[in-house]
Design a protein. Structure first.
Length: 472
C-alpha cells in the first residue's frame, strides 16, 4: 500500500494516540518502541506474531494479532507498513474517520524531529552498518536514539530512545523512504540496482541516491565506501555539489584506508590509516570483507563527529551482529547452522564467502528462498549463479510478500541457474521439506546457512532439531 508523505511531518509528540499497522515488522516496531519510550500512547496490529512484539508488550503497547477496524479505537494517527494491502480494514477505517495516516517513512521522520540524524543508506549492508555505528557510538560515550532493521545482539532490541541529540537510522531506499529524513550525516555503503518494482530502471534507482545526497544538511557530510563503483560515483557527485565527503575502503585514494586485511574464520583484522598516518588496528568478531567495509564506514562517521579512534574501535570490536545477518542459530551433530537475510545476488555472494571462511575444512550447505516475484523475475538467474559458491544448494519457491504470485516466476528460475552438478541442487516445496534435505545433506564439520528475507528464517531451528539424536 502506498500512503503519501504529508507536506508537513509533525513531531511525534504532536501525533496524539498512534496506532501502527504492521507493528510486528522491523521498521514499524522500532518506531512504536521509541514512541512508547517517550510516553506516547501506542497500539498496533499485525497479521502474525513476530520476535519484535514481546518487547513492545513489555513496554505496555497493545499488539493485536489480525487486522480489524475495531483495533483503530480512539487513535488520532495511523502509521502504516508498506506491506499493508489496499483492502486493510484498519486503514479503510482510518480513512473513513478522516484520521492522519502516515507511511512508515513519515512515522520515522516524526520520531527523529529535532535530532541530528545519522542515516545509513545503501543497497546492501544497511542493517549491519547501522548496528555497527550504534555500537561504536555507545562505546564512545554517546547515548543515541537508534532504529535498526534487526535486533542488536548487544542490546537485544532493534530501537531505543537515547538521551542525547544523535539519532542513528537505517535509511531504506526500497520505497523512497530515505528521501524524507534530512540527515546531518550519512553513510552510503554501496549502490547497485535493486527494488526495480518501485524504481523501474537502474538509472532511476541511482538517481534516487543522488536525491538522497541532496537531502543531507549542507553543513554535514557523507561517508562513501569507494571500493563500490556506485558509491564511488556518488562520492564524486556529492563533492561536485560542495558537500563534505569522507571516502573509505581498500582503494589507494580512500580518505580512511584499510591495510593488511586478514579474514580468519569468524574474525577479521585490519589496520586503518588516514592521510598516510596509521590510526591503529581494527578487530572484528564478524566474518567477511563486506562487513569490514561496513565497520570502517561506521568508524569514519564516528571520527568525523569527533569521537576518538580507540573508543570507536572498542565498540566495533564488541559488535557481534544483528538478527538475521550471519546469525548463528546453533550447532548439532557437529553441524553449525547460520541464518542470513541475504536476498540479492551481491548479498548472497558476500555471505557465502563469509560462510566459506567460517566452514574451514567443512562444506557449505545453503538453502535459499527468493524474495518477491519482481526481484526474482529480474535477478533470478544471478541469484542462482551466486549460490554456486556453496557445495550443496536447496532452493525454495518465491516468498511473495506484498506481491501476488506469478506462475511464470518461481524458485525454479533460481535453481536451474545454479552452476553445480544437478545432484547437488534440490528444489523443494515448503520449509519442512527444506529442513529435511539440509539435515540429510549435511555432515559433521559442515556449515548450513539459510538465506532469504522471508520465512526461511524458521528453517534453521528445524534443521537443528532433525540433527539431534532421535530428531524427527
Amino acid at each position: 500500500m502506498r500512503i503519501p508523505v504529508p507536506d508537513e511531518i509533525l513531531p511525534a509528540a504532536d501525533l496524539g494516540r498512534v496506532h501502527c499497522v504492521g507493528i510486528g515488522g522491523a521498521g514499524i516496531s522500532a518506531i512504536a518502541r521509541i514512541m512508547a519510550a517517550r510516553g506516547i500512547a501506542v497500539t498496533g496490529s499485525d497479521d502474525h506474531d513476530t520476535p519484535f512484539l514481546p518487547a513492545l508488550r513489555e513496554l505496555g503497547v497493545t499488539c493485536h494479532l489480525g487486522y480489524d477496524a475495531a483495533h483503530v479505537g480512539d487513535a488520532d494517527t495511523l502509521v502504516v507498513t508498506t506491506a499493508a494491502r489496499d483492502d486493510n480494514p484498519e486503514v479503510l477505517e482510518a480513512q473513513r474517520l478522516g484520521l492522519r495516516i502516515l507511511p512508515r517513512s513519515a512515522g520515522l521522520a516524526s520520531v527523529m524531529t529535532g535530532s541530528r540524524v545519522l542515516a545509513v543508506a545503501g543497497t546492501h549492508g544497511k542493517t549491519t552498518t547501522t548496528g555497527l555505528l550504534t555500537s561504536a557510538l555507545l562505546a564512545a560515550g554517546a547515548d543515541p536514539s537508534y532504529a535498526v532493521g534487526g535486533v542488536l545482539t548487544a542490546t537485544g532490541r532493534n530501537a531505543d530512545a537515547g538521551t542525547d541529540d544523535l539519532f542513528v537510522a537505517e535509511a531504506d531506499e526500497s520505497d523512497g523512504a530515505f528521501l524524507h529524513y534530512r540527515p546531518h550525516a550519512a553513510i552510503v555503503t554501496n549502490v547497485e540496482a535493486d527494488h526495480l518494482d518501485n524504481w523501474g530502471t537502474e538509472e532511476a534507482y541511482h538517481r534516487a541516491f543522488e536525491e538522497f545526497v541532496d537531502t543531507i544538511d549542507p553543513c554535514g557530510f557523507v561517508v562513501c565506501v569507494v571500493d563500490d563503483p556506485g558509491a564511488a560515483g556518488l562520492a564524486r557527485t556529492a563533492r561536485a555539489q560542495g558537500l563534505d565527503v569522507v571516502t573509505v575502503g581498500e582503494s589507494a585514494d580512500a580518505d580512511l584506508r584499510i591495510h593488511d586485511l586478514a579474514l580468519d574464520g569468524a574474525t577479521s583484522t585490519c589496520r586503518i590509516s588516514r592521510g598516510g598516518a596509521d590510526l591503529g588496528e581494527l578487530r572484528l568478531r564478524i566474518p567477511g570483507r563486506h562487513y569490514v567495509l561496513d565497520a570502517v564506514a561506521a568508524l569514519a562517521l564516528g571520527l568525523q563527529l569527533g569521537f576518538p579512534f580507540d573508543a570507536l574501535a572498542e565498540g566495533l570490536a564488541g559488535f557481534t551482529g544483528t538478527g538475521r545477518r550471519m546469525e548463528l542459530k546453533g550447532e548439532a551433530a557437529g553441524v553449525r547452522v547460520y541464518d542470513s537475510y541475504a536476498h540479492h545476488p551481491v548479498e548472497i555472494r558476500g555471505d557465502l564467502e563469509a560462510a566459506r571462511a567460517l566452514a574451514g575444512e567443512g562444506r557449505v550447505v545453503a538453502a535459499f528462498q527468493p524474495h518477491l516475484v519482481s526481484r526474482t523475475r529480474i535477478f533470478g538467474e544471478a541469484m542462482g549463479v551466486a549460490l554456486g559458491a556453496a557445495d550443496e544448494v536447496v532452493v525454495l519457491d518465491v516468498y511473495v510478500a506484498r506481491e501476488d504470485p506469478d506462475p511464470e516466476v518461481t524458485g525454479l528460475l533460481v535453481a536451474r541457474a545454479v552452476p553445480l552438478p544437478p545432484e547437488h541442487v534440490t528444489y523443494v516445496d515448503g520449509l519442512g521439506a527444506a529442513a529435511q534435505v539440509l539435515a540429510e545433506r549435511s555432515r559433521p564439520g559442515d556449515l548450513v546457512i539459510t538465506l532469504g528475507a522471508g520465512d526461511i528464517t524458521g528453517v534453521g531451528p528445524l534443521v537443528l532439531d532433525l540433527l539431534l539424536p532421535g530428531g524427527a
